[in-house]
Design a protein around this ligand. Structure first.
Ligand code: SAM
Length: 214
């Protein structure tokens, strides 16, 4: 029987720290959140590996390093309000919930939404609100957001998400084709938007009005 707490500690030490994840709050959240609980029990042995893991419905929970990299890029200091597009297993939202005041997360597949809601209740994450919807439209009633994270690959940056980003807010989103993308960090400035590339990634597709059509 593998020691999952020890495996999580090793994940932080061997996969995150050597690759430049150095924000102590992000490292603490990655040490704390029980990633295995967001997967089927049969896959718990894979929970702390250096790769994505299937979560059903042809979707995945992202590689731990990518979760940490995207979270660090959002620079969540203080009481921030965060929007996530693509709840999936709920793991990324739980990491964000450790570092912000409130997390709004949207998922288009109902069965994933229901499973995430159950695990948030079990783990007592009461600062995450969820809805089943097309996340490419954002969550206008709750905007603006200090940070927006898109955890599915988009052909372009959806315009509604740019509009819903607060002044000085940051967005992290994989942009590219269906097979490979560049992780982009967008910062809203007084003059407009600044863009920075964080490297190559491979995500499942963002499907919706401002994403891929199917
Ligand atoms: N953040 C997730 C986690 O921690 O497990 C991983 C997300 S998975 C890589 C991408 C998710 O985005 C899938 O669950 C998929 O159904 C969802 N998705 C794709 N298009 C979407 C859209 N337009 N709105 C909301 N969710 C979407």
């Amino acid at each position: 029987m593998i020691d999952l707490n020890k495996a999580r500690e090793n994940m932080v030490r061997d996969q995150l720290m050597p690759r430049g994840i150095n924000d102590p709050r992000v490292l603490a959240a990655m040490r704390k959140v029980p990633r295995h609980r967001f997967m089927e029990e049969a896959l718990w042995g894979e929970a702390y590996g250096d790769y994505p893991v299937p979560i059903g419905e042809r979707q995945t929970i992202s590689q731990p390093y990518i979760v940490a990299l995207m979270t660090q890029a959002l620079e969540l200091k203080g009481q921030k309000k965060v929007l996530e597009i693509g709840t999936g297993s709920g793991y990324q939202a739980a990491i964000l919930a450790e570092l912000s005041r409130k997390v709004y997360s949207i998922e288009r597949i109902r069965s994933l939404f229901l499973r995430a809601r159950k695990i948030f209740d079990e783990l007592k994450y009461f600062n995450i609100v969820l809805k089943v919807y097309d996340g490419t439209l954002g969550w206008p009633e709750e905007s603006p957001f200090d940070a927006i994270i898109v955890t599915a690959a988009s052909p372009d940056i959806p315009a509604p998400l740019l509009e819903q980003l607060a002044p000085k807010g940051r967005m992290v989103i994989p942009v590219g084709d269906r097979y490979s993308q560049t992780l982009k960090k967008i910062t809203r400035t007084d003059e407009g938007f600044e863009e920075e590339d964080l490297g190559g990634v491979r995500f499942v597709s963002l499907i919706g009005e401002h994403g891929w059509k199917d």
